[in-house]
Design a protein. Sequence first.
Length: 185
Amino acid sequence: MAGVREQIRTAHDKTEADVRQRRPGRLRAFLEDTALVAGMAEHGLGSVDLGLEVSGVEGRKVLVVSTEPEFAPALVNQALGLSERLDTEVVAMSVGRAQTESGRATSAKARGLFTMRAEKSAENFGLAARLAGIAFRHVILFGRVSEVVENECSRLRRVEFVLTTKQQHGKDGFRVSLPLFEVLC
């Protein structure tokens, strides 16, 4: 009987010696943070109120595409209304042409003018979003609209759908793999 107890003690000592403390992985930390925030939400406490934030969670987005430097007022209103109802971030994208109709590269002066006008329009769009309490960001890119939109959607992650005006979509005829909604102006 004493021999069996010795074997058990020896096995127990080896088990304690073989156990090492490891730093929790990112997945485990993410799951613990998410569980904490979910538990607080069940009791009516917001993570923002307590200064906590779930790390690594990417928010849903609505991508608003304009091939003109200015965003149409109807497009801005529709984007902000949808974003408010769906609780998504608005990403406004101004897409300029990389080449002119004659096939020549767009001049630096034309790009600069497009960028300046797009930034001014996005500033007004951002102000309206801020007043509505909606997260907003603006991106200016040049190239073929379909390629630029697809690349940006994969970079942004969690883009719910793309929003543009019917006139711009009809004129440029771009196609995307995400749901595309057209706004009548």
